[in-house]
Design a protein around this ligand. Structure first.
Ligand code: XIL
Length: 366
């Protein structure tokens, strides 16, 4: 319990800095600004789905018209034991979406990370096949008519465009991706079905992604779109690769989405978003704990401006842009690839106040 004295101190601090959580009616709404262009989404965490903070709920409803669960539909959480599924949080998210007019993108059916622990004890092809089939049928079936779309398969590719040697590839062979889309289509016919990955704007991985899409299509199985996660780094946005990827994916008839957008401002010695990759902390790894220097703030704003100008140029091909978190305080980049850092990758600060990058993104629509 928070003591009354502490509460007074906190509320006074909020008053003095003017950083009241919530939003001001004068702050434009992203979803309204991009209404004619593409959907605007956010990742949602447990506290947000459970509406623990009414101001946060109102803020989300005002800014976003699409949402992706940050964790709760991953197999470890939704399918914790061999024959036990837990739909409680997912169902709350569906209610949240209905109540606030937000379309839900299910994330994700088949992914090699955040798997339930019991998978480690399975060493037969038959058992992996049963897990794979039951999982897709049960989860996609449960949310049939409730989610707008599914990330059917997530991160199946290596950086060189070959297939990642996941448990699924090892036991099921290279048709498993087509099988996943076929099962998802059967279980949830009206739902849009996507392939999602990071770095799939990079030429080699993109070529692998194109081959993957073609293989699914050639089998006569439906695939509706491709998600480029968009975990990028400040000052290093691969705009040319992004543009070429949008054009090439769209030429295959794919809807193109940026599905997990954030722009990391902290030191990093690798590219991409492999959740199992970690870095060791040192004295230089958390440089902005006391605040973001203006030069970096301006670079971040310029990056977001250039990116949204590009996405608007291709608004006939881009159907959605989803940020991986509502505000800087929620971002997974505060804890990955090093725990406990202070990152600033999104458009809203820790009190949901718009940052210079937000102003640039809104201005890009004018
Ligand atoms: C991240 C979540 O944000 C973290 O909370 C979790 O600990 C690890 O996963 N690619 C994806 C997302 O597809 O599901 C990942 O989300 C980030 C990288």
């Amino acid at each position: 319990m928070i003591s009354k004295r502490k509460f007074m101190a906190v509320s006074t601090a909020i008053f003095i800095t003017g950083a009241a959580p919530g939003f001001s009616q004068s702050t434009p709404s992203l979803k309204d600004a991009f209404k004619k262009d593409f959907g605007i989404g956010t990742a949602l965490n447990n506290a947000q789905i459970e509406e623990r903070d009414p101001q946060m709920t109102a803020f989300i409803a005002r800014q976003f018209n699409m949402a992706t669960p940050e964790n709760i539909m991953k197999s470890a959480l939704i399918h914790p034991k061999w024959d036990t599924y837990d739909f409680s949080m997912g169902d709350k998210l569906i209610e949240f979406g209905k109540k606030h007019n937000i379309k839900i993108n299910g994330h994700t059916l088949i992914w090699h990370s955040q798997l339930p622990p019991f998978i480690r004890g399975i060493h037969s092809q038959d058992s992996i096949r049963s897990f794979f089939t039951d999982h897709i049928k049960t989860v996609a079936g449960h949310y049939k008519g409730k989610v707008f779309s599914w990330d059917v398969v997530n991160e199946a590719l290596n950086e060189d465009g070959t297939l990642r040697k996941s448990v699924f590839l090892q036991y099921l062979g290279d048709n498993y991706i087509t099988d996943a889309f076929r099962l998802a289509q059967e279980a949830s016919p009206g739902t849009e079905l996507y392939y999602n990955d990071y770095n799939n704007e990079q030429p080699a991985k993109r070529a692998g992604c194109i081959a993957l899409i073609k293989k699914v299509k050639e089998a006569g199985v439906r695939i509706d779109g491709v998600g480029i996660q968009g975990h990028w780094h400040v000052g290093k946005l691969p705009l040319k690769d992004i543009e070429e990827s949008i054009i090439q994916y769209a030429a295959l008839g794919m809807k193109v989405m940026i599905t997990e957008l954030d722009i990391d401002v902290l030191p990093r010695n690798f590219q991409g978003a492999d959740v199992s990759q970690r870095m060791t902390a040192n004295e230089q790894s958390n440089p902005y704990a006391a605040g973001l220097p203006d030069t970096v703030q301006q670079q971040l704003a310029a990056d977001y401006e250039a990116l949204f100008n590009l996405l608007l140029k291709h608004k006939d091909k881009v159907t959605r842009v989803t940020f991986w978190g509502v505000n800087d305080g929620n971002s997974w980049l505060n804890n990955w690839p090093i725990r406990g850092r202070t990152n600033y990758p999104l458009l809203f600060d820790r009190a949901n106040q718009p940052k210079p990058a937000f102003e640039k993104v809104i201005a890009a629509t004018k």
